[in-house]
Design a protein around this ligand. Sequence first.
Ligand SMILES: [Zn+2]
Length: 146
Amino acid sequence: MDFVYKCGHAGHVTEMPAEKQHLADAYVKRAEQRDCSDCTQELQEYGFRPISQGRLIPLQGSEKQIAWAEKIRKEFLDEAHRNFKKSLAAGVNTAEEIERAKEATIIAFNQQNQAKWWIDNRGRRVSIFDEEYRKAQEVLVANENS
Ligand SMILES: [Zn+2]
């Protein structure tokens, strides 16, 4: 039986014998009220869902390159997120500023859609995005003020 999680992702439960169908129905009913496990995990990890909600653009390259590059991109995202947490905890930024910083990070990351670029830059610090990040921040602030 196919169903849709609250987050919009598709779910599936295997067919049940008739006498157990009510269990499957109950499961689906609950599942439709919540996010899928990928979205739930991402929300816990980042406070938003850049990957599962498709905010990060698809990468171009061979299948192998893309799989590798997506892992590298996630490492950059993890580093950015650790920085956000630190500056929030230290009172350097407000929660509102962090929300904007997350948006700016996604925009900055989305300037790079070649898997090869991510692979070539693996192991570097997230600060390589400083330029794009600053530009994205400017656009976001301008939009908020308009
Ligand atoms: Zn989901």
